[in-house]
Design a protein around this ligand. Structure first.
Ligand code: TRP
Length: 452
């Protein structure tokens, strides 16, 4: 039992597939392209990539160090590594709370995507005007029961994978789904760049125009990097506890960041040339994927097929992310509340579904129910993105940089001295100074009202 509880990933590819599966999600394919669109394209992309590798990679390494060192869930990791300093456990609790909240509203959007596979596959967008397509989106999301049904279905599938455990559930599923995701993405990219007029979209994405980049854009790039890499809520602490002792944490972290960035960039390549080729607006915001893209697919040969594949891709990406969100919670419930895995899974999924229903209704029946001017969905999104994730990430780097003895972090990064770890000082400097400063700036700017 004890052994089964701590079963880990069986290979480094398994670890990378699972963690990249967590990182690659709606954040890459839904949020990233519209954020690039809003902040002017290429220059934003460049800054984003710098943040991912300069700050993201050291932060991934830090979470992995905590997880692998302690062999525990996010709350247990703080408890095990700093038993005398109980205050740190509040960071663990914050991570658990963020996971519940993010999982809830994330699954609502994931549920929409699920429904869009069916709508696209049934040709419901074919021959429709862009007004009609926008109407389909708003009719669906403001409806009471249908989005709740898809929300429940999505959480159910997530639970089905997680209940099977780390190896037979999470690792096995991600090892199959991630290569499929990459293939689908390449296929969509090829379709998009072979359209007439595609080069405008590629220029938009790759030609840096620094005059279009604002301070707000730089902050958003940093926020997006944190969100996209699943940082700041103990996801990678939990997965880190399943990484084999002989795996190289630097290599694993760089692979995850590279895979995540590759998919985000490919999502841009799949989307922008098509958007430009059909004269749509690249800066249309969150509705880009649901309202703009169906028009784009409509106008291309074999549109139904590509539209369906696109939403399948988006669903896979979302599923491997919700799997990791549920695992943060299940690992916590199993180890801290001593529940059996199956009970823990049902319990956490049920709580998430209950909160998710409120988030889903935010678009319809509860639209006018606002707290601090936000719907429930908006509030959870804002709270987690603006406060909880940056605070979590800040506390995690301070913990690993200053609280954890450096002998321990060096031991983890060098695998007990087996690997040369010449970058150790640079890593430590980043984790102690650079990352905390960047995170404090994000936090202050975020609470002053800058939209992340
Ligand atoms: N990284 C995910 C995405 O890009 C979203 C996310 C943020 C997440 N934090 C997480 C996923 C924690 C799993 C766990 O879509």
């Amino acid at each position: 039992m004890e052994n089964e509880k701590r079963a880990g990933f069986t290979s480094s590819f398994g670890a990378v597939a699972a963690a990249a599966g967590s990182a690659i999600g709606l954040g890459n394919i839904w949020r990233f392209p519209y954020t690039v669109g809003q902040y002017g394209g290429g220059a934003f992309l460049l800054i984003y990539i710098i943040f991912v590798f300069l700050l993201g990679v050291p932060l991934i390494m830090s979470e992995f160090i905590m997880g692998r060192r302690s062999g525990r869930n996010v709350l247990g990791a703080f408890r095990t590594l700093a038993p005398q300093r109980k205050a740190w456990q509040s960071v663990g609790w914050l991570a658990i709370l963020s996971s519940f909240l993010i999982f809830s509203f994330y699954s609502v959007v994931a549920g929409w995507t699920f429904n869009y596979i069916i709508l696209a596959g049934a040709g419901k967008f074919e021959g429709q005007s862009s007004e009609a397509i926008a109407q389909i989106f708003s009719n669906f999301t403001t409806n009471t029961w249908s989005p709740i049904f898809y929300l429940g279905l999505f959480i159910f599938f997530t639970a089905l994978v997680v209940v099977k455990g780390v190896q037979k559930g999470i690792e096995k599923t991600c090892k199959v789904l991630m290569p499929i995701l990459l293939l689908l993405m390449i296929l969509l990219c090829v379709r998009s760049i072979t359209l007439d007029g595609a080069s405008k979209g590629l220029d938009f994405l790759f030609k840096p125009d620094f005059s279009a980049l604002t301070a707000q854009g730089v902050l958003s790039a940093l926020g997006q990097a944190l969100f996209s890499l699943s940082l700041g809520m103990g996801c990678l602490v939990t997965y880190g506890s399943y990484v084999r002792k002989e795996d190289n944490l630097l290599k694993t972290s760089v692979s995850i960041a590279a895979a995540d960035t590759l998919i985000a960039v490919l999502a841009g390549v799949a989307i922008f040339p098509a958007v430009f080729a059909f004269g749509m607006n690249p800066a249309s915001g969150p509705s880009l994927v649901y309202e703009v893209l169906p028009n784009v697919f409509n106008s291309m040969p074999l549109g139904i097929v590509f539209a369906t594949l696109f939403f399948v891709l988006l669903t896979i990406a979302a599923l491997t992310s919700t799997i990791s969100l549920l695992e943060i919670l299940v690992a916590w419930a199993v180890e801290e509340l001593h529940m059996k895995r199956i009970i823990a899974t049902v319990f956490c999924a049920a709580v998430v579904f209950a909160i998710g229903v409120l988030c889903s209704l935010s678009f319809g029946a509860l639209h006018d129910f606002t707290i601090c001017g936000q719907t429930i969905f908006g509030l959870f999104d804002k709270l987690t993105a603006t406060y909880f994730m940056p605070i979590g990430a800040l506390a995690l780097t301070l913990f690993v940089g200053w609280q954890l003895p450096s002998a321990d972090s060096r031991d983890e990064l060098s695998n007990g001295g087996a690997l040369k770890c010449s970058y150790y000082k640079i890593w430590l400097f980043t984790v102690r100074y650079l990352a905390p400063i960047a995170l404090v700036i994000i936090l202050i700017a975020g609470s002053l009202g800058a939209e992340m």
